[in-house]
Ligand binder design. Structure first.
Ligand code: ADP
Ligand code: MG
Length: 254
């Protein structure tokens, strides 16, 4: 059975999608069969692995509405061991269309149940909100990975996210845990990065990943080429950091 990890933080721009794409690619490069699930209507994870959103006939949206099965939605990528359940802006509609639907919080869980045995890891890229799409991701996952950008307001809004996680643990998914806290866009020359990192460590010593993701321009360039960074510039610091993170997670999950 697959390890299912939701990558969540309702703040935008903290590195969720960058982490989802590059951790998924790095796990697949380590020969782990990996599925990336795009739950953000912006579809940045989808385009980030080279899928043309305009050309898609069906997306995760159709799966959530039970109009298509998971197998019919899967797309292959440049990496042999990496598949994606893609998203496009249609997904915005799901929040509204599912409001009155039966089991609306469990739609993604049901969709993944059809295919999870085919994968070692399933990573879910969440949108920057705590709405129904993120709730579906947290209900389907066994662990949450929270990327935190090392800037002044890093902890702001965190209590809301932790609150949502504990409500989901009570009602929808008792096995959910906060598996990993990841420091992103770390600038080692900047004192603030170190201070924020230390503050996060005092709260999450156990969950804080040893691997830290540095600020690295290659990570921000790779998506415009539709490539994970390891296919764009394997020697870059960003690429090496996500390969390290994959190794750390594979070790933690044995
Ligand atoms: P989110 O999914 O949380 O909104 P993204 O992963 O899209 O965040 O990252 C926001 C922006 O920051 C993107 O333009 C991305 O390319 C850039 N970015 C993310 N991580 C890094 C990093 N470690 N170094 C440099 N740029 C980064
Ligand atoms: Mg994103």
């Amino acid at each position: 059975m697959a390890r299912i990890i939701a990558i969540a933080n309702q703040k935008g721009g903290v590195g969720k999608t960058t982490t989802a794409v590059n951790l998924a690619a790095s796990l697949s490069a380590a020969e782990k069969s990996t599925l990336l699930v795009d739950m953000d209507p912006q579809g940045n994870a989808t385009s980030g692995v080279g899928i043309d959103k305009e050309a898609l006939e069906a997306t995760v949206y159709n799966g959530l509405l039970e109009e298509a099965g998971a197998v019919d939605l899967l797309c292959r990528t440049e990496l042999e061991q990496l598949h994606i359940l893609p998203a496009d802006p249609d997904l915005i509609g799901a929040e509204v269309e599912l409001v009155a639907a039966d089991g609306r919080e469990r739609r993604l869980k049901a969709l993944l149940a059809e295919i999870e045995d085919n994968y070692d890891y399933i990573l879910i890229d969440c949108p920057p909100s705590l709405g129904l799409l993120t709730i579906n991701a947290l209900t389907a996952a066994e662990k949450v990975l929270i990327p935190m950008q090392c800037e002044y307001y890093a902890m702001e809004g965190l209590s809301q996210l932790l609150n949502t996680i504990s409500l989901i643990q009570q009602d929808l998914n008792p096995r959910l845990t906060i598996g990993y806290i990841l420091l992103t866009m770390f600038d080692s020359r900047n004192n603030l990065s170190h201070q924020v990192g230390e503050e996060i460590r005092t709260h999450f010593n156990r969950q804080l990943c040893e691997t830290v993701i540095p600020r690295n321009v290659r990570l921000s360039e790779a998506p415009s080429h539709g490539l994970p960074v390891l296919l764009y510039d394997i020697a870059s610091k960003g690429s090496q950091a996500y390969l390290d993170l994959a190794r750390e997670i594979i070790q933690a999950e044995v």
